[in-house]
Design a protein around this ligand. Structure first.
Ligand SMILES: [Cu+2]
Length: 114
């Protein structure tokens, strides 16, 4: 007895294109540019993997970045302020905020996680 298996293979590829989130580009430059006082984007957790002072980049193994629609991964971010390169070190757990500045994914705030 041979079983006849009808090869009905319906491949419905529904790509719900990721909605290009309307970038809120409010530039509320309020008085006081202290990095810790103003947090525009939600902060994310990550682990610093590498600090590249020459390039001004910090490589972070990060969790999901909701505001950027990014899954967890390890990647390099440009720092918004060179001082950030001194604030954290490799191997350290950090709480940071990343945002798209121009074309570059940029760390806008970063601090050691507790
Ligand atoms: Cu990423």
């Amino acid at each position: 007895m041979k079983s006849l298996f009808p090869a009905v293979s319906v491949l419905a590829l529904v790509l719900a294109g990721p909605a290009i989130a309307a970038t809120e580009h409010d530039s509320h430059h309020q008085a006081g540019s202290s990095a810790s006082s103003v947090k525009a984007a939600p902060s994310s957790e990550g682990t610093v993997k590498k600090i590249d002072k020459a390039a001004g980049k910090i490589t972070i193994k990060h969790g999901p970045l909701a505001n950027l629609g990014m899954p967890p991964m390890t990647m390099a971010f440009v720092v918004g302020d060179p001082a950030m390169l001194e604030q954290v070190k490799a191997g350290e757990k950090v709480s940071f905020t990343a945002d798209k500045v121009g074309d570059a994914l940029t760390i806008t705030t970063i601090e050691a996680a507790r």
